[in-house]
Design a protein around this ligand. Structure first.
Ligand code: MOS
Length: 702
């Protein structure tokens, strides 16, 4: 019996956001605030010979300039996800070396943001420059040390003897997270206590990391992040600008605010690495897969020399084959650091794999939906564990039905409308089901309202509402009765908003604690608990507890599934592609909030359309600096680029995964989107595009 779970519930924080009363990091009002501006390197590799600061120091309003010469020492962090984690393993201003263009080389503090920014432009830098490595074509690629490959069977031989073989290379461009809320921080020291107002996907670890860096106990660090304007993987850990801002605030004993301009956000707060993927698939004439070879390359930066865009993660998950050869290689270039970005690995990986599957389907003359149904695997081919509550086939069949796939004309270039070619494409989607530990406190008040407290945060995904729904469902109360307080490290550890795991992590924790609260007063219902509360004379009943994974992942592989179907229109003389129609069907276990879950998928499909057709951060080949510098030069979709996106869910609660049965939802929506569009473009035009983004020049040049 479900009261509210699975229904469509409006966002708890929606009104605050649209009326402007939601307070983002840079908007907190602190008296005595001063402002920072970064000085960044204009060369890609070398070292600073001389920094001429005199003019900047004499500039009106300047209070302090931090450089490698005067930065107080910071304590090293373990970088282990358990105690402390930062993105760049090199601490800010650690020495005079330059590893990538845009690297922070100083921070100017002034009494207004404008004066700080102006003074930063007055700093003259003399460099000793080395030849940077910018172009991956000249780079040495090595096996990614933290991203294991896989060799099963004899892939080379199987490919050679297969009746049908596909071999193709796919590339994807460097991308930026380009979230609405810029990276920003206010660091406020009072004696030896630090308050940090900074967007964070992982409040508890953020707190611990600052504590480690500044050599103080975690109780003396408070991270406040009630609202976050998008993160996509780039706000999980402290970046150098945040660490530096906090160090300088301590040094000058003033609350210090630093907001990154868009141009700096293209350089120093992460990107998605460009990739190059070589895919080979061998199959029988009737479409049984025999072998897949997937060799992928990505790039990283000297400040994080092991990071890989793990494209091959999806390959052992999707299709059964006795022979598998997976390899992930990286090259270390003098570029800004790549990091996790929505569907890290899965997004480019599924572009290549799902494009190759489409190429195979055309070669064999088999319907691409049939080809996928035929080859879906019941077990994860790395662990050999069975997938729990897998309903991939339903995604494909329901999606095909909703879209009208069976009416698809069999030949490319056979559908036209208003002088444009029309094409239909489809692709699968997938993302692992991940879960972590979370704690929460729940309070029940005499007026039957409830307060839920946890440090978890809402990056725009709907965590506030998931928490409210979980409490309302368990206590059988209207969702309006639940007040949710999150995004503050003083609250119980709410875990990480990343890997699409917050719902699967938090919902079981909140349910647990609500049940515990009833149990504490021997109540079977909330009404009984309220009676007990009245008798006790206490102001409220309170329970605190947590929930975490057990041993279930020794028996099961947890994975979410989906299918995208789209219609594209191609204006061939202009090379212009427009997406006209979209159907996504997802199996994410139990849906907690139907409205928010569909919105998550819709947002991810929109981001996928950007990934497919627009997004690229090209670098100047000599300087290595991004040639995009704001949200006008970095192209992302606008309303006119987006069709109606029809989203539905199939499947069942995955109770092997957690008691609530939710696998979470967010990143899966972007996976497969670019392939569905590329496959649609092929159907429309007979042209196979294998390089993202698929810009008009590619269609004109063929
Ligand atoms: Mo997401 S890339 O797991 O924050």
């Amino acid at each position: 019996m479900s009261n509210v779970m699975g229904k469509s519930v409006n966002r708890q924080e929606g009104r605050a956001k649209v009326t402007g009363s939601a307070t983002y990091a840079a908007e907190h009002q602190i008296s005595g605030l001063v402002y920072g501006a970064l000085i960044t390197a204009t060369v890609a590799k070398g070292r600073i010979k001389t920094l001429h600061l005199q003019e900047a120091q004499a500039s009106p309003g300047v209070l302090h300039i931090a450089t490698a010469e005067n930065i107080p020492p910071l304590s090293p962090v373990a970088n282990d996800w358990a105690t402390s984690q930062i993105y760049e393993s090199r601490l800010p201003l650690a020495d005079q070396e330059i590893h990538y263009p845009g690297q922070i080389i100083g921070l100017v503090v002034a009494d207004t943001p404008e004066r700080a920014r102006h003074a930063a432009t007055l700093v003259q830098v003399e460099y000793e420059t080395d030849t940077p490595l910018i172009n991956p074509k000249s780079a040495l690629f090595i096996t990614a040390p933290r991203t294991p490959g896989l060799e099963q069977g004899d892939t080379a031989k199987s490919l050679e003897t297969a009746e049908c073989q596909i071999s193709a290379t796919y590339t994807t461009a460097m991308e930026l997270h380009a979230m609405m809320e810029p990276h920003a921080i206010i660091a406020h020291w009072q004696d030896n206590n630090l308050t940090v107002y900074e967007p964070s996907q992982w409040v508890a670890l953020h707190q611990q990391t600052y504590a480690t860096l500044f050599g103080i106990p975690p109780e003396q660090v408070r991270v406040v992040t009630p609202y976050i304007g998008g993160a996509f993987g780039a706000k999980a850990f402290p970046w150098p600008h945040g660490i530096l801002c906090t160090a300088v605030a301590r040094e000058i004993q003033r609350p210090l605010k630093l907001v990154l301009p868009r141009q700096q956000m293209t350089m120093i707060v992460g990107n998605r690495s460009a990739t190059e993927q070589h895919l080979k698939i061998g199959a029988t004439a009737d479409g049984q897969l025999l072998a897949i070879e997937h060799h992928a390359k990505s790039q990283t930066s000297p400040v994080n020399p092991t990071f890989a865009e793990n494209c091959i993660a999806v390959t052992p998950v999707m299709y059964a084959t006795p022979n598998l050869s997976l390899k992930q290689e990286i090259a270390i270039l003098n570029v800004g650091m790549p990091t996790y970005m929505r569907g890290p690995g899965e997004t480019p990986g599924m572009f290549a794999l799902e494009s190759a599957m489409d190429e195979l389907a055309w070669t064999l003359g088999i319907d691409p939906v049939e080809l996928r149904l035929k080859n879906a695997t019941p077990v994860h081919q790395r662990s050999q564990l069975p997938f729990s509550a897998k309903h991939f086939a339903d995604c494909l069949q329901v999606g095909a039905e909703q879209f009208g796939w069976k009416d698809r004309p069999q030949q490319p270039r056979s559908l036209t409308r208003d002088g444009k070619f029309v094409g239909w494409g489809m692709a699968a989607a997938t993302f692992p089901g991940l879960r972590f530990m979370a704690s929460a406190t729940v309070r029940l008040f005499p007026d039957s309202t409830v307060q839920v407290l946890t440090s978890a945060n809402d990056v725009g995904t709907g965590a506030y509402t998931v928490i409210a729904i979980s409490a309302a469902e368990t206590l059988n109360l209207p969702v309006e009765n639940i007040r949710v307080e999150i995004g503050d490290s003083r609250l119980p550890n709410g875990g990480l908003a990343g890997g699409s795991m917050m719902t699967a992590t938090l919902a079981p924790a909140v349910v647990n604690v609500c049940e515990e609260l009833l149990k504490q007063v021997n109540a079977n219902t909330t009404t009984e608990a309220l009676q007990a509360l009245q008798e006790s004379g206490q102001p409220f009943l309170e329970a605190t507890g947590s929930s975490q994974p057990g041993t279930e992942s020794r028996e099961w592989a947890f994975q979410s599934w989906g299918a995208h179907f789209c219609e594209v229109e191609v204006d061939e003389p202009l090379g212009r592609v427009q997406v006209k129609r979209w159907v996504s069907v997802m199996d994410i276990g139990r849906v907690i909030n139907a409205k928010a879950a569909a919105s998550q998928i819709r947002g991810a499909v929109i981001m996928g359309i950007g990934d497919a057709l627009m997004e690229e951060c090209q670098l100047d080949p000599h300087l290595g600096l991004p040639i995009v510098y704001d949200l006008a030069t970095y192209h992302i979709p606008v309303h006119a680029d987006i069709p109606r996106i029809q989203v539905s869910f199939v499947g069942e609660p995955d109770r092997n995964f957690n008691p609530v049965g939710a696998r979470g939802c967010g990143e899966i929506g972007i996976t497969g989107v670019a392939a569905a569009i590329a496959n649609g473009i092929y159907h429309a035009t007979g042209k196979r595009l294998r390089d993202l983004p698929m810009t008009p020049d590619q269609l004109l040049g063929m």
